[in-house]
Design a protein around this ligand. Structure first.
Ligand code: KIV
Ligand code: ZN
Length: 394
């Protein structure tokens, strides 16, 4: 079994379903480029049939990225699949991601279909998608509330029809880590897996277990994890990408699994998203919150001064937080400004630093305290997407 787990980022699709997280096309392209720099394997760029805007942004992202798989989501119906392919086909490695519900409650009340009809629809949808590409993913929506043997039947149908990736979503965040582990094990045993078949998981956070369930699934053999930056997503969100990745990295002794993620890009990616959607990262958020490396109690401070590892299981630098206390204000020089924007994920040339220097001075005349958010907003407003990317993000 591969010792690499693929990171499938759905910030631009499931993440965007988070209230208040709607992004316009330029913002999505900026985020997609950041995800490429971060090293994710697959970007789910949107749901092309959902609207003209969604279609256009999936198409634009497909053209904007250079070395990454781009997936589009579609229901298991012909017109959705055709539209999806139209949107992703010009990407470096297009993927069609088609889904269909398999739980008794979804089949009866949402779809109005019998289990046999769902199997037939799976066969028809995956075969149709496989005419366009061999890179087809099939998701059994609400898998964690589906009957296990029915899931085996549906997934085996999907494999036979040409699906390479089989996704097991915990759509409503209902499952528990040990149960999800056992389900993935069961599927690994019962499915007619081919050499290139990959089991994927997609966990929601309704009970706060999305990351724990994803990690349990990896231990059981899942080799693709679907997640979002900062865990944004429908309702309580999805598994947080940075938490899954740092869980695997920090406990390499347990998992012994690699990802392609450049961990130093985790913090810049969360900041970039926060700045784009205009929502701050909660201070208590694991890994990337302001307090994640702050030590308040005297006992802890004493320990950290003697040896950081007494109370720190990872370094701020490993996720791209430089931990400097550079405070930007009226008296800051260009070196401090350059360093600060680097911390925020930008690498600027001298002329761009000069422009930021002037902008900060101007701001300092109007505002007593300048926060990182102010510097970041000014930086992203000042430099166009092209300038920012040619300046390359750190
Ligand atoms: O939560 C879910 O089931 C989904 C699927 C469409 C993958 O987002
Ligand atoms: Zn979802």
């Amino acid at each position: 079994m591969s010792d690499k787990v693929m990171i499938f980022d759905t910030t631009l699709r499931d993440g965007e379903q988070s209230p208040g997280a709607t992004m316009n096309i330029d913002e999505k392209i900026r985020m997609a480029r950041q995800l490429e720099t971060l090293g994710v394997d697959i970007i789910e760029a949107g749901f092309p049939i959902a609207s003209k805007g969604d279609f256009e942004s999936v198409r634009a992202i497909s053209e904007a990225v250079s070395d990454i798989q781009v997936a589009g989501l579609c229901r298991s119906v012909t017109k959705d699949i055709d539209r999806c392919w139209e949107a992703v086909k010009d990407s470096p490695e297009p993927r069609i991601h088609t889904f269909l519900a398999t739980s008794p409650i979804h089949m009866e009340y949402k779809l109005g279909k019998t289990p046999d009809q769902v199997v037939e629809m799976t066969e028809a949808a995956v075969s149709h998608a496989a005419k366009y590409t061999s890179n087809v993913e099939f998701s059994a929506e609400d898998a964690s509330r589906s009957e296990w043997d029915f899931l085996v039947r549906v997934f085996n149908t999907a494999i036979k029809a040409g699906a390479r990736t089989l996704n097991v979503p915990d759509t409503v965040g209902y499952t528990q880590p040990h149960e999800f582990h056992d389900l993935i094990r069961y599927l690994m045993e019962k499915l007619d897996m081919k050499d290139d078949t990959v089991i994927s998981v997609h966990c929601h956070n309704d009970l706060g277990l999305a990351v724990a369930n994803s990690l349990a699934a990896i231990r059981a053999g899942a080799r693709q994890v679907e997640c979002t930056v900062s865990g944004i997503g429908e309702r309580a969100g999805n598994a947080a990408l940075e938490e899954v990745v740092m869980g695997l990295n920090t406990r390499k002794d347990l998992y012994d699994i690699e990802t392609g993620i450049v961990t130093e890009q985790l913090y810049p990616s969360c900041r970039r998203l926060s700045q784009i959607i205009g929502q701050p990262i909660p201070p208590y958020k694991a890994i990337v919150g302001t307090n994640a490396f702050a030590h308040e109690s005297g006992v802890h401070q004493d320990g950290v001064i003697k040896n950081r590892q007494t109370y720190e299981i990872m370094t701020p630098a490993s996720i791209g937080r430089h931990g400097t206390d550079i405070v930007i204000g009226k008296h800051s020089g260009s070196h401090a400004i350059k360093r600060k924007v680097e911390e925020l994920g930008y690498t600027l040339d001298d002329e761009q630093v000069g422009a930021m220097f002037d902008a900060v001075k101007e701001l300092a005349d109007k505002k007593e305290q300048i926060y990182d958010e102010d510097v970041e907003a000014s930086c992203s407003k000042r430099f166009t997407v092209a300038a920012t990317s040619s300046a390359s993000r750190t």
